[in-house]
Design a protein around this ligand. Sequence first.
Ligand code: FES
Length: 144
Amino acid sequence: MALYSEKVMDHFRNPRNVGTMENADGIGEVGNAKCGDIMKIYLKIDNDIITDVKFETFGCGSAIASSSMATELIKGKPVSEALALTNRAVVEALDGLPPHKIHCSVLAEEAIKSALKDYYDKNGIAYDKKLFPDCEHCDHCCGT
Ligand code: FES
């Protein structure tokens, strides 16, 4: 069996929503303490809907595929749905990742959460602090 699914290869070779964004409503950047990779997410939010999203990843192929899929999953969705996106949902949408690459998908989830927190902070929107665990690495999620 191939190590990577066709969907992973497709999103790695043709990543969706790559780039930066001027006047983003929320920007999130996270790094993985173990591999040193970095992911940055830009959100445009209009009336509580994520109307546009862009990402930059200085990371591995799985990180690129995960962030590409994650941006597709939240584009056009309400903020509440983006907040609820888990790395597991990203992995499922990619038809799986090898176990030692699960942490790459965690980076995508955390970057989106970080961008949403930035949006809340910039706009003075109150939120439950528990939504955003103060964590710059993925050990709490999957321990990989
Ligand atoms: Fe670092 Fe994949 S190995 S994000």
